[in-house]
Design a protein around this ligand. Structure first.
Ligand code: SF4
Length: 352
């Protein structure tokens, strides 16, 4: 019989044969993460480029195509589980109520941190490093008390809300390269369920977050790209602009989403969610790819290499056609199969 909750454990023998590969990849990415972190301190220009103009632009596409890969190799996630790996964790399970509370804090961190990029984070290597270090301390502290991914990856991590928005239909599932066996530390386990949005547990504040992310995030992205980096001479008005523009635009797109839900009920809810998820990532790459090569609205902001005199003038249009066609097709194709991000490891305790 088909298991509707997708709790099929990953076969143990196959798991052992793939784990060594994942450990190698985790080690490599962790080393890169440490290099990047140190670069932010000692070579800020290089560190800022590597973090904001290489890693971050790649991440949304990875969340769409293979969120399980990112969940397996994210250095911050690995850091949060160091106490577990080293035998220091008290390995508590987290209640559904506290899981929701942590997710709400993570959501506030997400929408609170992104505008700070224009004011300080994109401009200062040490500031970005301090933000990462703060998250690492919080993640490790959570890992000291709670088991596996419950406190950080499925709790406080701000990025998980973007992963949930984009990662509903991954190309493939991966092995879960962290949890040795599943102890049911958090419910629902984001890594192991394929239908997160229809989980009965998604209620109240969690539902509000999901609705805001679906309807409001596209506007938030659009607004963010229409604010320049404030390089010097920042005032409270700049801080206001950095927050008000994306938040104002997010309210507008959220209103459009809610009005569509209300007045066009014949559009299936999951199709509407897919449409707005697609719109969010299309909007991101619409601005981000040209900006990487010097064709941005504010050319000096978020530029990896200035190719504006080398690339043809139609490059921005071309890149937008490619990214928009790809993500529109990917999200809106009809033969979509919803999968979990990774395969649940062998259960160590009963799920009932
Ligand atoms: S797979 Fe199991 S042990 Fe691992 S995070 Fe999910 S619920 Fe926790």
């Amino acid at each position: 019989m088909k298991n509707p909750r997708n709790f099929r454990p990953f076969d143990g023998t196959r798991r052992e044969t793939t784990m060594s590969g994942w450990r190698g990849l985790q080690g490599a990415v962790y080393s890169l993460g440490l290099f990047l972190f140190l670069s932010l301190w000692v070579r800020p220009r290089l560190g800022l480029h590597l973090f904001w103009n290489v890693l971050i632009p790649v991440a949304p596409a990875l969340f769409v195509l293979a969120p399980g890969v990112w969940r397996n190799i994210c250095p911050m996630g690995t850091t949060s589980m160091l106490p577990r790996y080293l035998g220091f964790s008290r390995k508590r399970k987290i209640s559904i109520l506290w899981s929701k509370r942590l997710q709400f804090i993570g959501f506030i961190l997400l929408i609170g941190m992104i505008p700070l990029r224009h004011v300080i984070l994109d401009l200062s290597g040490p500031a970005t490093a301090i933000a990462l270090l703060s998250f690492a301390v919080i993640a490790v502290t959570g890992g000291l008390f709670f088991d596996w991914k419950s406190a950080w990856c499925s709790g406080l991590c701000p990025v998980q809300h973007v992963e949930k928005l984009y990662g509903g239909q991954p190309l493939f599932r991966t092995a879960n390269a962290h949890c040795f066996s599943c102890v049911g530390c958090v419910r629902p386990c984001l890594d192991s369920v394929s239908t997160y949005r229809s989980q009965k547990a998604v209620r109240g504040a969690s539902r509000a977050i999901e609705v805001w992310m679906t309807g409001g995030f596209v506007g938030y992205i659009w607004g963010w790209f229409h604010v320049p980096n404030f390089t010097g001479g920042e005032t409270w008005f700049h801080l206001f602009l950095a927050y008000a523009t994306p938040l104002g635009a997010s309210l507008l797109s959220l209103a459009i989403y809610l009005a569509t839900r209300r007045f066009l009920p014949e559009i299936r809810r999951d199709r509407l969610q897919a449409l707005f998820s697609a719109a969010a990532i299309v909007c991101y790459y619409w601005y981000r790819v040209p900006a990487l090569f010097g064709f941005g609205i504010f050319p000096a902001d978020g530029m990896l290499a200035d190719m504006s005199a080398t690339f043809p003038s139609w490059f921005p249009l071309f890149s937008r056609l490619v990214t928009t066609s790809f993500f529109a097709y990917y999200f809106l194709r009809s033969n979509v199969e919803r999968r979990s991000w990774s395969m649940r490891p062998t259960l160590a305790v009963s799920e009932s």
